[in-house]
Design a protein around this ligand. Structure first.
Ligand code: AMP
Length: 218
Protein backbone atom coordinates (compact mmCIF):
# COMPACT_ATOMS: atom_id res chain seq x y z
CA UNK A 1 0.00 0.00 0.00
CA UNK A 2 2.83 2.35 0.77
CA UNK A 3 4.59 1.60 -2.51
CA UNK A 4 4.31 4.09 -5.32
CA UNK A 5 3.64 2.77 -8.85
CA UNK A 6 7.37 3.05 -9.69
CA UNK A 7 8.13 0.74 -6.74
CA UNK A 8 10.11 3.40 -4.92
CA UNK A 9 9.99 2.32 -1.29
CA UNK A 10 8.65 4.75 1.31
CA UNK A 11 10.69 5.69 4.37
CA UNK A 12 8.41 3.37 6.33
CA UNK A 13 9.14 0.51 3.93
CA UNK A 14 12.81 1.13 4.62
CA UNK A 15 12.17 0.47 8.34
CA UNK A 16 13.26 3.87 9.58
CA UNK A 17 12.43 4.22 13.30
CA UNK A 18 9.09 5.78 14.21
CA UNK A 19 10.31 9.07 15.78
CA UNK A 20 12.38 9.72 12.68
CA UNK A 21 9.41 9.07 10.39
CA UNK A 22 7.50 11.67 12.34
CA UNK A 23 10.30 14.21 11.88
CA UNK A 24 10.58 13.45 8.15
CA UNK A 25 6.89 14.03 7.81
CA UNK A 26 7.25 17.46 9.44
CA UNK A 27 10.33 18.35 7.41
CA UNK A 28 8.42 17.40 4.26
CA UNK A 29 10.54 14.64 2.74
CA UNK A 30 8.01 12.50 0.89
CA UNK A 31 10.06 9.75 -0.70
CA UNK A 32 13.60 8.53 -0.22
CA UNK A 33 16.11 9.76 -2.79
CA UNK A 34 17.93 7.02 -4.78
CA UNK A 35 20.95 7.07 -2.48
CA UNK A 36 18.68 6.77 0.56
CA UNK A 37 16.81 3.83 -0.95
CA UNK A 38 20.15 2.09 -1.59
CA UNK A 39 22.08 3.01 1.54
CA UNK A 40 19.45 2.61 4.25
CA UNK A 41 18.93 -1.19 4.10
CA UNK A 42 22.61 -2.22 4.41
CA UNK A 43 23.31 0.42 7.06
CA UNK A 44 20.26 -0.68 9.07
CA UNK A 45 21.63 -4.24 8.93
CA UNK A 46 24.88 -3.02 10.41
CA UNK A 47 26.89 -3.49 7.21
CA UNK A 48 29.77 -1.32 6.05
CA UNK A 49 29.16 0.88 3.05
CA UNK A 50 31.22 2.44 0.28
CA UNK A 51 29.23 5.17 -1.42
CA UNK A 52 30.32 6.92 -4.58
CA UNK A 53 28.17 10.00 -4.23
CA UNK A 54 28.43 13.75 -4.71
CA UNK A 55 26.70 16.28 -2.45
CA UNK A 56 23.13 17.25 -3.12
CA UNK A 57 22.00 13.65 -3.47
CA UNK A 58 20.54 13.39 0.01
CA UNK A 59 23.52 11.50 1.36
CA UNK A 60 23.33 13.03 4.84
CA UNK A 61 19.92 11.48 5.47
CA UNK A 62 21.13 8.30 3.74
CA UNK A 63 23.50 7.64 6.63
CA UNK A 64 21.87 9.64 9.45
CA UNK A 65 18.45 7.94 9.27
CA UNK A 66 19.56 4.30 9.50
CA UNK A 67 22.26 5.02 12.08
CA UNK A 68 19.85 7.05 14.23
CA UNK A 69 17.33 4.22 13.91
CA UNK A 70 19.84 1.96 15.67
CA UNK A 71 20.67 4.41 18.46
CA UNK A 72 20.43 3.07 22.01
CA UNK A 73 19.16 5.94 24.17
CA UNK A 74 20.01 4.06 27.38
CA UNK A 75 23.66 4.16 26.38
CA UNK A 76 25.34 7.42 27.38
CA UNK A 77 28.48 7.13 25.25
CA UNK A 78 29.18 8.57 21.80
CA UNK A 79 27.66 6.02 19.44
CA UNK A 80 27.94 7.70 16.05
CA UNK A 81 30.73 9.87 14.70
CA UNK A 82 30.93 11.58 11.33
CA UNK A 83 34.13 13.15 10.03
CA UNK A 84 33.80 16.00 7.56
CA UNK A 85 36.43 18.05 5.71
CA UNK A 86 35.21 21.49 6.82
CA UNK A 87 33.60 23.16 9.79
CA UNK A 88 30.73 24.36 7.57
CA UNK A 89 29.92 20.79 6.60
CA UNK A 90 30.28 19.65 10.22
CA UNK A 91 27.72 22.23 11.31
CA UNK A 92 25.39 21.38 8.43
CA UNK A 93 25.55 17.63 9.10
CA UNK A 94 25.07 18.16 12.85
CA UNK A 95 22.00 20.28 12.16
CA UNK A 96 20.62 17.57 9.90
CA UNK A 97 21.08 14.94 12.66
CA UNK A 98 19.32 17.31 15.08
CA UNK A 99 16.37 17.82 12.73
CA UNK A 100 15.93 14.12 11.99
CA UNK A 101 16.20 13.29 15.72
CA UNK A 102 13.91 16.09 16.91
CA UNK A 103 11.45 13.53 18.34
CA UNK A 104 14.05 11.42 20.12
CA UNK A 105 13.95 12.56 23.75
CA UNK A 106 17.31 13.30 25.32
CA UNK A 107 19.11 13.29 21.98
CA UNK A 108 22.30 15.36 21.72
CA UNK A 109 24.58 15.94 18.75
CA UNK A 110 27.74 18.04 18.93
CA UNK A 111 29.71 19.56 16.06
CA UNK A 112 33.41 19.87 16.95
CA UNK A 113 35.85 21.81 14.82
CA UNK A 114 38.95 23.95 15.10
CA UNK A 115 38.92 27.67 15.71
CA UNK A 116 36.39 27.26 18.49
CA UNK A 117 37.10 27.24 22.23
CA UNK A 118 37.77 23.81 23.70
CA UNK A 119 35.91 24.61 26.92
CA UNK A 120 32.41 24.68 25.43
CA UNK A 121 33.03 21.49 23.46
CA UNK A 122 34.45 19.75 26.54
CA UNK A 123 31.48 20.80 28.68
CA UNK A 124 29.03 19.35 26.17
CA UNK A 125 31.05 16.18 25.70
CA UNK A 126 31.00 15.68 29.48
CA UNK A 127 27.27 16.18 29.64
CA UNK A 128 26.93 13.37 27.10
CA UNK A 129 26.21 13.32 23.37
CA UNK A 130 25.18 10.36 21.24
CA UNK A 131 26.50 11.83 18.01
CA UNK A 132 29.65 13.80 17.21
CA UNK A 133 30.27 15.45 13.86
CA UNK A 134 33.72 16.90 13.50
CA UNK A 135 36.72 17.86 11.45
CA UNK A 136 39.67 15.43 11.72
CA UNK A 137 42.18 17.75 13.43
CA UNK A 138 39.96 18.78 16.30
CA UNK A 139 38.51 15.30 16.74
CA UNK A 140 42.04 13.93 17.05
CA UNK A 141 42.94 16.64 19.60
CA UNK A 142 39.97 15.70 21.78
CA UNK A 143 40.77 12.00 21.53
CA UNK A 144 44.38 12.69 22.58
CA UNK A 145 43.27 14.84 25.53
CA UNK A 146 40.87 12.11 26.59
CA UNK A 147 37.91 14.48 26.33
CA UNK A 148 36.38 12.47 23.48
CA UNK A 149 36.08 8.78 24.32
CA UNK A 150 35.06 6.42 21.58
CA UNK A 151 35.10 3.04 23.36
CA UNK A 152 31.35 2.78 22.81
CA UNK A 153 31.38 3.94 19.19
CA UNK A 154 29.02 1.88 17.03
CA UNK A 155 29.27 3.67 13.70
CA UNK A 156 31.74 5.92 11.95
CA UNK A 157 31.05 7.88 8.75
CA UNK A 158 33.64 9.52 6.53
CA UNK A 159 31.80 12.20 4.61
CA UNK A 160 33.41 13.66 1.48
CA UNK A 161 36.46 11.47 2.01
CA UNK A 162 38.17 12.72 -1.15
CA UNK A 163 37.87 16.33 0.06
CA UNK A 164 39.18 15.35 3.46
CA UNK A 165 42.28 13.79 1.94
CA UNK A 166 42.71 16.59 -0.60
CA UNK A 167 42.84 19.01 2.32
CA UNK A 168 45.70 17.05 3.84
CA UNK A 169 43.86 15.21 6.61
CA UNK A 170 45.16 11.74 5.66
CA UNK A 171 47.30 11.27 8.79
CA UNK A 172 44.57 12.46 11.16
CA UNK A 173 41.92 10.32 9.48
CA UNK A 174 44.14 7.22 9.53
CA UNK A 175 45.06 7.78 13.17
CA UNK A 176 41.41 8.22 14.19
CA UNK A 177 40.39 5.09 12.28
CA UNK A 178 43.09 3.08 14.07
CA UNK A 179 41.82 4.20 17.49
CA UNK A 180 38.14 3.35 17.02
CA UNK A 181 36.76 -0.04 18.09
CA UNK A 182 37.53 -2.72 15.50
CA UNK A 183 33.93 -3.92 15.43
CA UNK A 184 32.36 -0.55 14.71
CA UNK A 185 30.31 -0.14 11.57
CA UNK A 186 31.74 2.21 8.95
CA UNK A 187 30.46 4.10 5.93
CA UNK A 188 32.65 6.03 3.52
CA UNK A 189 31.21 8.53 1.06
CA UNK A 190 33.25 10.15 -1.67
CA UNK A 191 32.45 11.90 -4.95
CA UNK A 192 35.64 10.57 -6.51
CA UNK A 193 37.80 7.56 -5.66
CA UNK A 194 41.44 8.59 -5.79
CA UNK A 195 44.03 5.99 -4.72
CA UNK A 196 44.29 7.27 -1.16
CA UNK A 197 40.55 6.95 -0.63
CA UNK A 198 40.61 3.45 -2.11
CA UNK A 199 43.42 2.52 0.21
CA UNK A 200 41.49 3.72 3.27
CA UNK A 201 38.40 1.87 2.04
CA UNK A 202 40.28 -1.37 1.48
CA UNK A 203 42.00 -1.18 4.81
CA UNK A 204 39.16 -0.07 7.07
CA UNK A 205 35.87 -1.21 5.54
CA UNK A 206 34.70 -4.73 6.27
CA UNK A 207 33.13 -6.37 3.19
CA UNK A 208 31.39 -3.11 2.25
CA UNK A 209 28.26 -2.89 0.19
CA UNK A 210 29.08 -0.58 -2.71
CA UNK A 211 26.62 1.93 -4.08
CA UNK A 212 27.03 4.52 -6.77
CA UNK A 213 24.88 7.59 -7.34
CA UNK A 214 25.44 10.18 -10.02
CA UNK A 215 22.25 12.14 -10.47
CA UNK A 216 21.26 14.83 -8.02
CA UNK A 217 17.86 14.80 -6.35
CA UNK A 218 15.20 16.78 -8.14
P1 AMP B 1 22.60 16.35 1.03
O1 AMP B 1 23.08 15.66 -0.21
O2 AMP B 1 22.55 15.43 2.20
O3 AMP B 1 23.38 17.60 1.33
O4 AMP B 1 21.08 16.80 0.80
C1 AMP B 1 20.73 17.72 -0.21
C2 AMP B 1 19.40 18.39 0.07
O5 AMP B 1 18.32 17.50 -0.19
C3 AMP B 1 19.22 18.87 1.50
O6 AMP B 1 18.69 20.16 1.47
C4 AMP B 1 18.20 17.90 2.09
O7 AMP B 1 17.42 18.52 3.08
C5 AMP B 1 17.39 17.51 0.89
N1 AMP B 1 16.82 16.13 0.96
C6 AMP B 1 17.47 15.02 1.37
N2 AMP B 1 16.69 13.93 1.27
C7 AMP B 1 15.50 14.35 0.78
C8 AMP B 1 14.27 13.69 0.45
N3 AMP B 1 14.13 12.38 0.59
N4 AMP B 1 13.25 14.44 -0.03
C9 AMP B 1 13.41 15.77 -0.19
N5 AMP B 1 14.54 16.46 0.10
C10 AMP B 1 15.57 15.78 0.56
Amino acid sequence: MSKTPSETPSFRDLNIAEPLLKALDEIGYETPSPIQAQAVPPLLQGKDLLGHAPTGTGKTAAFALPLLSRLDMKNKSVQIMTLTPTRELAIQVAEAFQRYASHIKGFHVLPIYGGQEYSGQIRQLRRGVQVVVGTPGRVMDHMRKGTLKLDGLKALVLDEADEMLRMGFIDEVSWILEQTPADRQMALFSATMPKEVERIARRHLNKPQEISIKAKTA
